[in-house]
Design a protein around this ligand. Structure first.
Ligand code: M6R
Length: 369
């Protein structure tokens, strides 16, 4: 059932273009508008929403962090993303006008379930983004948007993450559509790009051999750092999480702007640092800032592994290793930027002789708090 792959994880990484396309299937109509009738929360309720709160754990939490950027930018509704395990213990402020989005691949994660129960008790509406039909989280929610990743067997989440992102973008764009906010040229073109994105993911997958080679060459390292900004920050966190769970290496993700507030002290000779570079188009200020971060860490001896858009030549002089990803709208970049990090972690785990599909101490779904 591994379809000729050595591990489920490799199979699931390879299935991502299809998983992404399947999650979009039937949800964008011919006029390029979103058709999410399955989200049974009536439009008039969605129009009244004045706050979105996203709760999730692990990789799903990283998808939720990215969703915050998309929701606030496209809908102008304040959005916060919180670890499900922290949520109910701080007495969060919720009411009928709060939309809580619970993201979970398995639909059985206890922390997320307890968070959504708490939200509903306070009168909030809960929308689940879930990959498992009929599981507990969607059953206990007011509405559900299923991701169509197909069964994910490997403990490390890959294709579920990409489809969670797609579902989050759909929710964000749908809120924008229903409420009429910012429903202009930008949204129309984002929807067009989103419908093409599975081809872009495929292109990334076709160019991964150098990443695998690089991973093998780093098998005896102790630490890898990941830096990103804007939506690249959660991508950095996801890259670090994958490396921890699969390669059992010390890995940290940082917001690049935080470097000088502490983490830069960690930089030493030959320390591998993966940097996710935002598009030079779009938020170009951030792009330039991260390029100076790359220069700063390299001057202190870091071995820079730079993930940058095709055609971005400014990074070339400072990249010890350069991984190219296709140009996408800024907010969609995580869909292509995460893929090399998954491949990197999987190959490092293999090189270190670890069990890829069943990392030590971990379970696929965490049904205890
Ligand atoms: O099933 P869920 O999406 O609720 O699971 C949440 C986390 O336990 C999960 O994403 C975990 O972090 C993965 N092992 C990460 O690869």
């Amino acid at each position: 059932e591994k379809g000729g792959y050595d591990y489920f994880m490799l199979k699931e990484i390879a299935e991502q273009p299809k998983a992404v396309a399947d999650t979009l299937l039937g949800r964008i109509d011919e006029a390029g508008r979103l058709a999410l009738d399955e989200v049974r929360i009536p439009d008039h309720v969605l129009r009244e929403v004045n706050k979105v709160v996203i709760v999730a754990c692990g990789t799903a939490y990283h998808a939720g962090m990215i969703a915050k950027y998309a929701i606030e930018h496209w809908t102008r509704i304040p959005c916060e993303t919180e670890l499900a395990s922290e949520f109910r213990y701080r007495d969060p402020i919720l009411d009928q006008r709060t939309l809580v989005v619970a993201i979970s691949q398995s639909g059985e994660t206890m922390d997320t379930l307890m968070a959504l129960r708490h939200a509903r008790e306070q009168g909030a509406k809960v929308l689940a983004i879930c990959n498992t039909n009929g599981s507990t989280i969607p059953r206990e929610s007011d509405a559900v948007l299923y991701t169509h990743a197909g069964p994910e067997v490997a403990v490390a989440s890959t294709k579920a993450f990409l489809t969670q992102l797609v579902a989050c973008y759909l929710v964000a764009l749908y809120l924008g559509q229903v409420r009429g906010t910012k429903w202009g040229d930008e949204i129309g073109s984002v929807i067009r790009e989103l419908s093409q994105i599975s081809t872009e993911v495929e292109k990334v997958l076709a160019t991964m051999e150098p990443v695998r080679e690089l991973a093998r060459s780093l098998a005896d390292k102790d630490t890898v750092l990941f830096l990103g900004r804007h939506v690249g920050f959660p991508v950095a966190l996801e890259g670090a999480l994958k490396l921890k769970e699969l390669a059992y290496m010390h890995a940290e993700g940082f917001a690049a702007g935080e470097l000088k507030h502490g983490p830069i002290a960690l930089i030493e000779e030959d320390l591998p640092v993966v940097v996710v570079v935002p598009s030079p188009r779009g938020r170009s200020v951030l792009h330039d800032k991260i390029v100076s971060n790359i220069q700063e860490i390299r001057a202190r001896g870091a071995r820079t592994i730079v993930i940058a858009e095709e055609g971005d030549e400014t990074v070339v002089p400072y990249a010890d290793h350069l991984v190219r990803i296709p140009a996408t709208p800024t907010l969609l970049q995580p869909l292509v930027a995460t893929v090399p990090l998954q491949v990197f972690a999987c190959e490092l785990a293999t090189a270190r002789g670890n069990e890829v599909d069943q990392p030590r101490n971990l379970a696929k779904s965490v049904t205890v708090e």
